[in-house]
Design a protein around this ligand. Structure first.
Ligand code: NAD
Ligand code: WQD
Length: 335
């Protein structure tokens, strides 16, 4: 039976993807260094997957250990989530981002080369497009990184292009995720990072609900959008996770390298998300309009047609369902 190595499998996207892989009877083994997840995630993920969570505490920069793990588990493909992901933090600490994201990926690829594993699914991001020239953004849109985080993802994509040229039989897919939100239906796992470095919109909303903040700062209401606030492509975490199962099927049948946007194709403003969340939670979210956040663009949403047609993947959940599932995680985990 084939076995998938999941790096960063105890993080937000990795853990949700693990539940879907388990539902699809796929065998996997997780490698994580616990730098951005709580220890309790191990037991929680076991509850969501019928105990099916083989794992190692290991840093992806430790090539020797990765080789051992790959051999021990007869790994046949890799899904690579492990990375540092805060845009703001990457501007302050660029070297850490190049070290973990780029060097970490090189270490992992070396371990794969040593063991002859050539199937690779990589977590890329919509941040590679920077300030979009047009929306919906398709995969041929120019890559314009605005920060070190996005830069690391482009460097890795370029390394992967070179690998495919250098050796036969590599099969690589890069999924460029838009804005995942929500949680697993059990409410046992969700977006629950250790580092308080991320200030994405839904986690910020949840900080207000939990009383860690008095209000939500809305970064700018003077954009050229219908209500003046920024528009993004929010996607349910379970839809995003499902895309990995489809991408693995594709990797099994196709060599070379391919890039896919993973978004719904629908733009939603900050105020629309706030209202949708209030509706499902019954919670009134106080807001303050503050100035635009540096580096933010007005509008960013995907053209997901390539993933729809080639991967046979489609998003299923609407905005209300995304907010509902984010709310379930808050309710089930409020002390
Ligand atoms: P996350 O921080 O929740 O998960 C990453 C996991 O990797 C964590 O469990 C962390 O402990 C682990 N990790 C970090 N460095 C490691 C290392 N050196 N060795 C081993 N494990 C390590 O992040 P996420 O939101 O699940 O994101 C997963 C991937 O998707 C990342 O590559 C990220 O850049 C990408 N991505 C995320 C988003 C998003 O909005 N969440 C959007 C686009 C792309
Ligand atoms: C969304 C909208 C903000 C917080 C980033 C990365 C991207 C991906 C997802 C990793 C914007 C507004 C936010 C707040 C607000 N991650 N906002 N008040 O910036 O689209 O994307 O995270 O790869 O690569 O770039 O997501 O959730 O931070 O912001 O008004 O407190 O919410 O201005 O319009 P973003 P976000």
């Amino acid at each position: 039976m084939s076995c998938i190595l999941i790096t960063g499998g105890f993080g937000y996207i990795g853990s949700h993807t693990a539940t879907i892989l388990s539902e699809n009877n796929k065998k996997f083994v997780i490698v994580d260094n616990f730098s951005n997840c709580k220890r309790e995630i191990v037991d929680r993920l076991k509850m969501c997957t019928n105990d099916n969570v083989a794992h190692y505490e290991c840093d992806i920069r430790d090539t020797k250990s990765l080789v051992k793990i790959i051999k021990e588990n007869k790994v046949t493909s890799v899904i690579h989530f492990a990375a540092l992901k805060s845009v703001a933090d990457s501007i302050i600490n660029p070297l850490e981002y190049y070290e973990v994201n780029v060097n970490g990926t090189i270490s992992l690829l070396k371990a794969m080369k040593t063991t002859g594993v050539k199937k690779f699914l990589f977590s890329s991001t919509a941040a590679v497009y920077g300030e979009p020239d047009f929306c919906p953004i398709d995969e041929n849109h120019k890559l314009k990184p605005l920060n070190p985080y996005a830069q690391t993802k482009i460097i890795i994509e370029n390394i992967l292009k070179d690998i495919v040229k250098s050796e036969i039989n590599w099969s690589i897919v890069c999924l460029r995720y838009f804005n995942p939100i929500g949680s697993h239906k059990s409410g046992l796992i969700g977006d629950d990072p250790l580092m308080a470095k991320n200030s994405n919109l839904m986690p910020e909303i949840i900080k207000v609900v939990r009383g860690y903040k008095n209000h939500l700062d809305v970064f700018g209401d003077d954009y050229g959008t219908p209500d003046g606030t920024g528009i993004r492509d929010y996607i349910h975490i379970m839809d995003l996770s499902e895309a990995h199962v489809k991408a693995l099927d594709f990797i099994d049948k196709n060599n070379g390298i391919n890039f896919f946007n993973i978004g719904t194709g629908k733009g939603v403003s900050v105020l629309q998300l706030k209202t949708a969340f209030e509706k499902v939670s019954g919670f009134n979210l106080p807001i303050k309009i503050s100035k635009r956040r540096e580096g933010d663009c007005a509008i960013c949403y995907a053209n997901p047609k390539k993933a729809n047609e080639i991967l046979k993947w489609n998003s299923k959940y609407d905005l209300s369902q995304m907010c509902q599932s984010a709310w379930i995680f808050v309710e089930k985990n409020s002390k």
